[in-house]
Ligand binder design. Sequence first.
Ligand SMILES: NC(=O)c1ccc[n+]([C@@H]2O[C@H](COP(=O)([O-])OP(=O)(O)OC[C@H]3O[C@@H](n4cnc5c(N)ncnc54)[C@H](OP(=O)(O)O)[C@@H]3O)[C@@H](O)[C@H]2O)c1
Length: 344
Amino acid sequence: MKEFSVAIVGVTGAVGEEILNCLEERNFPVGKIKLLASSRSAGKKIAFKGEVYEIEEAKPESFEGIDIAFFSAGASISKELAPEAVKRGTLVVDNSSAFRMDEGVPLVVPEVNPEAITEHKGIIANPNCSTIIMVVPLKPIHDRARIKRVVVSTYQAVSGAGHAAIVELEEQSKAYIEGKEVVPKIIPVAKGEKHYQIAFNLVPQIDVFFEDGYSKEEMKMIDETRKILNEPELSITATTIRVPVFRSHSESINIETETRLTREETMEIFSNAPGIELMDDIDRQIYPMPLNSSGKDPVYVGRIREDNSIENGLNIWVVGDQIRKGAALNAVQIAECVISQKLL
Ligand SMILES: NC(=O)c1ccc[n+]([C@@H]2O[C@H](COP(=O)([O-])OP(=O)(O)OC[C@H]3O[C@@H](n4cnc5c(N)ncnc54)[C@H](OP(=O)(O)O)[C@@H]3O)[C@@H](O)[C@H]2O)c1
């Protein structure tokens, strides 16, 4: 089997670390690997497939001879270095929001729109994590019953805000229980002026706000879902909330369809849909929760109910590991699709 030279930009981060795990677990055909991060990490060592590699500072020339580069170092690094990689013939799979809504940049969830990959011009964007976890169950419903409107509320883990937010929740929890002072520094927006305690709390702000009152995370979910499902006029609204959970995002999704689906039909659709695991047995208290889904690949769906307040409505509860399916795994699956479609 052909092997590929792979680079990871942001390998020391929450997503970068998981990309490395996914490549190893899925036996991705890696020939050479280059591990890149900021100058702060240059010289540190990381193991991959039993060998130890030294991290290098990401620079334009880092991409010479690289076939595929996974970027997970934030939008500004992607904007600066992804074009340099493309110039050198590298295919970029980008986890940041830098190019997601650009025309000519496919925004891909392999279970939903793998066909979009063929349109790439060097960069393929990985969607926002909450969006990925939502569109995996929306797609088979849309195919069967045509979605008219979606109302989503999220319960997002702190790891969605990176490594520093994981450490913050740990430290705040200990300090709070020990009666010590809690000094918030990361949530809701690390670079913002005002921060709130997340331990034993929740914060109804993810990313910055726009003038109309929606947050950037909410608008990503709206705009990206329309692009991925190729439904530019889809009615969809979102409320995104940060909760004191380490890993895995949860979402309450209300779906209005053109034709009616019963609970049983919906269960049958999800039982046969790619990337989904049904966890719905209330008699035995079986439903998805973040602790059960952390470190796992599927998007878990449960609490399926018909919404009798409208003609054709459904309520579903969805949980997925946003570092894995919401980022690293989806990126690696995109690269696998590119290889299987012989586009590299
Ligand atoms: N966390 C999630 O659940 C999630 C989900 C989907 C998408 N994403 C996206 O994935 C990206 C990474 O997120 P994360 O959560 O992994 O963040 P993170 O844990 O804060 O890690 C950031 C990474 O970027 C690297 N970096 C920072 N400045 C750099 C520079 N100047 N040059 C090269 N590398 C640099 C860091 O390296 P150093 O250690 O050297 O500073 C680190 O490896 C972001 O765009 C984020 O929006 C995250």
